[in-house]
Design a protein around this ligand. Structure first.
Ligand code: NDP
Ligand code: HSE
Length: 432
């Protein structure tokens, strides 16, 4: 049997585990695919580095593009990350008819259309199950199983690092920096953790999910994004008092135009307080979970390990098997569409509830002055709680649903009131 020859780009947290699974499960994989898989080269940044017994030394090279172009390569597996040079490697592979398996969400969210076009031109496959939510099968259900249905909303926790940090802050009162250090040591965080904690990683995943769910090209820049660096221990404690916990959510939803005009899609990533009774509240550590709501299917929930070497490698291996099977039978993987071309809804038009903490003077008339500002912008107050602290007080306001635009205008005006010393925090409340 002719082996199917793999070029692996990257041998870090994920790549190492891909090599291990290819080696340990070789016999089963051969039986499942009908021909053996052979690793013919591994491109890394530092080919001379001692990597123990991960793979024979002669397989390592520093010339990734040279490896991609080799005639004895059938599939390119990319687990390096970033835009360039990965974009050049993968378009080169796809244009020459070599199928690609990648975990690179940053690249897909930015240049997914270009990669899809290159694959379509040459008839190669492009698979990327590992790019969103690690081990959880999510791309395949959206790209295949739900293609007969109409998806209306996707809500989830799609970043393991931030979920780990927020879970630690909630459960143990750990500080942000300490929890981030732990997440990095466990292999969850990106090489530069800014991508995780500032929400870029989740925004890239949100763009990929929204593109598939709504048949519309959504790029990372179309996603409203806030990270968790501003979430304080006080926010977490305040959430707890309300029977809530804080999670970094990814929300993509379809809005039907009531006047029969063009539908729109709103895609956002931000921290939010959710009730502890909500199913997402019990998703802790590096686990991810995603709810998909669809017209006929109703509610579906996907849950599992969203980060880490072995879980992510599991998804990569699944894609390698899919490509290998396609090559054996002469089939092609599913082709994506963006025919719906929904309008991207600006954040200012998105409606949600808010939790606002204000440092105010503790004197007569303050509550009325604050309430007037909310009323002037049409933002209805649901509850108000005040804690006196001597000369000043902490005022915690929870609103009914209001547009983001109205809320921003309210906050801007609150900051101009003499009696408001500081708007200490503004956080969305979801899930009720
Ligand atoms: P690592 O930083 O652990 O590994 C990156 C690998 O790429 C290293 O082997 C590195 O080489 C190699 N590399 C970097 N730059 C180059 C270059 N210019 N040329 C050749 N090789 C290069 O990353 P991860 O394994 O964590 O992540 C890989 C991909 O998987 C990323 O796209 C990430 O977003 C994605 N992903 C990661 C998950 C995780 O939990 N870690 C989960 C899901 C997806 P060297 O070893 O010499 O430094
Ligand atoms: N850094 C990412 C996370 C890896 O923490 O979720 C998985 O994509």
């Amino acid at each position: 049997m002719e082996p199917l020859r793999i070029a692996l780009l990257g041998c870090g947290t994920v790549g190492r585990e891909v090599v291990r699974l290819l080696r340990e499960q070789a016999a089963d994989l051969t039986a499942r695919i009908g021909r053996p898989l052979e690793l013919v080269g591994i491109a890394v940044r530092r080919p001379d580095r001692d990597r123990g017994d991960v793979a024979p030394r002669e397989l390592f090279t520093g010339d990734a593009l040279g490896l991609v172009k080799r005639d004895d390569v059938d599939i390119v597996v990319e687990v390096v990350g970033g835009i360039e040079p990965a974009r050049t490697w993968l378009t080169t592979a796809l244009r020459s008819g070599k199928s690609v398996v990648t975990a690179n969400k940053a690249l897909l969210a930015e240049h997914g259309a270009e990669l899809q076009a290159a694959a379509a031109e040459s008839g190669a496959d492009l698979y990327y199950e590992a790019a969103v939510a690690g081990a959880i099968p999510l791309i395949r259900p959206l790209r295949e199983s739900l293609h007969g249905d109409r998806v209306t909303r996707v809500t989830g926790i799609v970043n393991g690092t931030t979920n780990y940090i927020l879970s630690r802050m909630d459960a143990t009162g750990a500080g942000f920096a300490e929890a981030l250090e732990e997440a990095t040591a466990l292999g969850y965080a990106e090489a530069d953790p800014t991508a995780d904690v500032e929400g870029f990683d989740a925004a890239a995943k949100a763009a990929i999910l929204a593109s598939l769910a709504f048949h519309t090209r959504v790029r990372a820049a179309d996603v409203y994004r806030e990270g968790i660096t501003e979430v304080t221990a006080a926010d977490v404690a305040s959430a707890r008092q309300m029977g809530c916990t804080v999670k970094l959510l990814c929300i993509a939803e379809r809005y039907t135009d009531p006047d029969g005009g063009r539908d729109s899609v709103g895609v956002r990533v931000h921290p939010a307080m959710i009730p502890r009774s909500h199913p997402l509240a019990s998703v802790n550590g590096a686990f991810n979970a995603v709810f998909v709501e669809a017209g006929a299917a109703g509610q579906l929930m996907f849950y599992g390990q969203g980060a880490g070497g072995a879980p992510t490698a599991s998804a990569v291996l699944g894609d390698i098997v899919a490509v290998a099977r396609n090559q054996r039978t002469g089939a092609r993987g599913p082709v994506e569409t963006s025919y719906a071309d929904l309008r991207i809804r600006p954040m200012g038009e998105i409606t949600t509830r808010y939790h606002i903490s204000l440092d105010v003077d503790d004197k007569a008339g303050v509550l009325a002055a604050v309430a007037n500002v909310f009323a002037a912008h049409g933002v209805s107050i649901q509850t108000v709680r005040q804690e006196g602290r001597g000369e000043d007080a902490l005022l915690v306001v929870v609103t009914h649903a209001a547009t983001d635009g109205a809320l921003r205008a309210t906050v801007a005006e609150l900051t101009t009131l003499d009696v408001v010393r500081e708007v200490a925090s503004v956080m969305r409340v979801e899930g009720e």
